[in-house]
Design a protein around this ligand. Structure first.
Ligand SMILES: NC(=O)c1ccc[n+]([C@@H]2O[C@H](COP(=O)([O-])OP(=O)(O)OC[C@H]3O[C@@H](n4cnc5c(N)ncnc54)[C@H](O)[C@@H]3O)[C@@H](O)[C@H]2O)c1
Length: 190
């Protein structure tokens, strides 16, 4: 029986692939034979990660992106399809907490910086929705693919301080379950 977890020759996009989790996942999947596409706004680090994967005999590319800019993501999609011809997986790893969107022990909800709250929701939630809208249609059309979203323990129960991050990640968890139904019902069980 074929290995269900085989990723050999699969084209795997990792947004935030220059980050701590993204680069670790990229390295492992490349060792397993996947073709890694790192999308990040950090070009220098992204290129270094690609060079590291290639030095070990793997296949990887870096494309500069902004997960909040649909036009840039659409151009990324054209470039990825021109190079690899398909997309098999999307890992939405771009995200994270932002200092201003927290409530420290010496402040309260009434001190919350609403702009910072909005920014952390933008990056984590919209930074997952937009790449999914742009890249998932390729997988839907080929009736096969995988999308991995990055939520957090703070989505399950609120942790101290990280009020904006927790709200954004709770939304990601909800969106992920929504998309599982949406894509399976409308595009098949692959
Ligand atoms: N590290 C943890 O312990 C942990 C725990 C739970 C959840 N998470 C989540 O996992 C994901 C990855 O975490 P991490 O620790 O690797 O974070 P990280 O900060 O190391 O990496 C995030 C990457 O996203 C990129 N990025 C940020 N904004 C971007 C934008 N607008 N466009 C393109 N790229 C952008 C950054 O350049 C960076 O390379 C995040 O969503 C984070 O919230 C992390």
């Amino acid at each position: 029986m074929a290995n269900l977890f085989c990723v050999k020759d699969k084209v795997v996009i990792i947004t935030g692939g220059a980050g701590i989790l993204g680069r670790g996942i990229a390295g492992h999947l490349a060792e397993e034979g996947a073709k890694i596409v790192i999308l990040d706004r950090a070009a220098e680090v992204g290129e270094q990660i690609v060079a590291g994967i290639k030095a070990k005999g793997g296949e990887a590319s870096f494309f500069l992106t902004d997960v909040l800019n649909k036009e840039v993501l659409e151009q990324n999609k054209k470039d990825i399809l021109a190079k690899y011809g398909r997309i098999d997986a999307l890992l939405n790893a771009a995200g994270g907490n932002m200092a201003g969107a927290t409530i420290g022990p010496d402040s309260t909800i009434f001190d919350l910086n609403i702009d910072a709250f909005r920014k952390v929701v933008d990056l984590n939630l919209f930074g997952t929705v937009l790449p999914t809208m742009v890249f998932a249609d390729v997988m839907a059309n080929q009736k096969e693919g995988a999308i991995v979203n990055f939520s957090s323990e703070s989505a399950l129960r609120p942790l101290t301080r990280v009020v904006g991050y927790g709200a954004a990640k709770a939304a990601i968890s909800n969106l992920t379950k929504y998309l599982a139904g949406e894509l399976a019902i409308k595009f098949g069980e692959g």
